[in-house]
Design a protein around this ligand. Structure first.
Ligand code: SF4
Ligand code: FE
Length: 491
């Protein structure tokens, strides 16, 4: 396994094509806007070497028997699934942001079982190839960006019907030794901090869309790959000289990028699906299931920090004992632990796939994510309620540091008697960061749309919810005699 420092050094060696605000970034590793997201990812390496956390952060590879980072692991049982959620909660607590490495882990597990099923039915050899690739990833302890979401163009049209055929990533050429692909993946979490991209199709495909049914792995600095780094609310605060308090979270963050594939060559040994359109939907469903489970860990960890910050804000406001404040904090904990309960439940109810790895319970994973589309917003609302308006109207750090203005800021921003004004400002800026600033990308909008928008979960809940089975239960209790219905009820 790599140390934190080795990971950072390994990124320096990559020749990434990264753009931000119209300019090419020659050194993404040390860029002030990007660096906090790298620090979050580096935490996945740091904690894996930490005496207190290494047991949770590592696993034994079922391929080699070696100790590996859990982010590179193929889940072998329900304990592995639960440990994944616990690890994500821990990292959310330590970074209060998105630490980006989960998408790769979720892609590994989805592709592992899907390629196995494909090979069984179609006589292909994708699983063997993928296992070999995975061994390399585990051995080198790499960060892999699991990439699913295409730009999708006109949502009313299938991939092959789009006026611009590149709006879904596709195969443009099949050669003897590999394939050439073109298109883009949007919202790619951690792309700039990744050694590799691992591509999956974005939705179930029909025969007409076979060129879009493609899965492969590629080095992130391969020729033809270009990344445009996404803007975040308040991101340029990080470029201000001496910025600290106003960042809210000066050490950690997350990021997304638009990753463009301009005729990229993929050698055969890195191709895991090539036009087997029947399996595109299976891969998508499994990846989405794993990633919906993931949010029951990472968002809960960030929620822990936000609840703590709200409680601190109440302390600095001088109202920690007010009954309505206590009640709001209880409500926040209730909501946050409900999310965690869903993450643990879908893991505990996991089952083995034919390939041997464990898949979460899909209904419960979708219920987990559906709650995630709501509860973080309510937790954020309560945090803002407790914090008060000062979190968005407070003077800047420069004013606090100014010779003339500083004493005025300290005088008028004084909270609970005897407490420190700067500390109060730090806590309020952290709440701003998570609810409105750079971390809100991960805590709010990603909670809504990441791992699939709410409607995607509702479709799965309908499919998996067994309404017919439930009707039968009701018929039996109510002693319904269906032979008396002249026309079958509900038909
Ligand atoms: Fe991991 Fe959460 Fe970030 Fe997704 S949003 S990569 S699950 S930390
Ligand atoms: Fe995500």
């Amino acid at each position: 396994m790599m140390t934190r420092e080795e990971y950072i050094e390994s990124l320096r060696k990559l020749n990434l094509q990264v753009y931000f605000m119209g300019k090419k970034i020659d050194n993404p590793v040390d860029h002030p806007v990007i660096r906090p997201s790298l620090n979050s990812l580096a935490m996945t390496y740091e904690l894996a070497q930490h005496d207190e956390y290494k047991e949770l952060m590592t696993a034994k590879s079922h391929l080699t028997g070696k100790t590996i980072n859990r982010f590179c692991h193929i889940h072998q049982n329900t304990t592995d699934l639960m440990n994944k959620v616990k690890m994500q909660r821990l990292l959310g607590q330590k970074t209060a942001s998105c630490f980006q490495r989960c998408v790769g882990m979720d892609a590994f597990n989805a592709i592992y079982s899907t390629t196995y099923d494909m090979d069984q039915e179609l006589g292909t050899e994708y699983h063997k190839r993928f296992v070999k690739y995975l061994e390399m990833v585990q051995e080198r302890d790499l960060v892999v960006d699991g990439a699913m979401t295409d730009p999708k163009g006109d949502r009313n049209l299938s991939p092959s019907q789009q006026p611009d055929p590149d709006l879904y990533l596709r195969i443009v050429e099949v050669r003897e030794d590999g394939i050439v692909v073109r298109g883009a993946k949007a919202h790619q979490t951690g792309a700039v901090n990744s050694h590799e991209h691992l591509i999956m199709p974005t939705l179930a495909m029909r025969e007409d869309d076979a060129d879009y049914a493609v899965s492969f792995a590629i080095e992130s600095d391969a020729p033809g790959i270009l990344m445009i780094y996404g803007r975040q609310s308040c991101d340029t605060r990080k470029m201000e000289e001496g910025a600290d308090i106003d960042l809210g979270n000066s050490s950690f963050g997350g990021h997304e990028a638009l990753v463009i594939f301009d005729d990229v060559f993929i050698p055969n040994e890195r191709v895991f699906m090539c036009r087997e359109y029947k399996y595109a939907g299976v891969m998508v469903e499994r990846f989405a299931g794993y990633h919906r489970q993931s949010y029951g860990g990472c968002k809960v960890g960030v929620g822990d920090v936000l609840i703590g910050a709200a409680a601190l804000a109440a302390d600095y406001n001088g109202v920690p004992k007010a009954s309505h404040i206590k009640d709001k904090l209880i409500e926040m904990i209730h909501l946050n632990e409900t999310l965690y309960a869903c993450g643990i439940a879908c893991s505990a109810e996991g089952k083995p796939t034919k390939s041997g790895n464990y898949l979460i319970d899909l209904l419960l994973a979708n219920v987990c994510k559906q709650n995630i589309t709501r509860f973080p917003y309510e937790i954020a609302r309560l945090a803002e309620d407790i914090a008060g308006g000062l979190m968005v109207t407070m003077p800047a750090e420069q004013d606090l540091r100014d010779e003339k203005l500083g004493p005025l800021v300290r005088k008028y921003l004084q909270g609970a008697t005897g407490t420190n004004v700067e500390n109060r400002m730090r806590v309020l800026r952290l709440i701003e960061n998570i609810t409105l600033g750079t971390a809100a990308v991960g805590y709010r909008t990603e909670s809504m749309h990441g791992a699939g928008s709410p409607q995607a979960q509702r479709i799965m809940i309908q499919r998996q919810g067994d309404i017919e089975g439930k009707k039968q239960l009701a018929r039996e209790i109510a002693k319904v005699d269906v032979s008396l219905d002249q026309k079958p009820a509900g038909k």
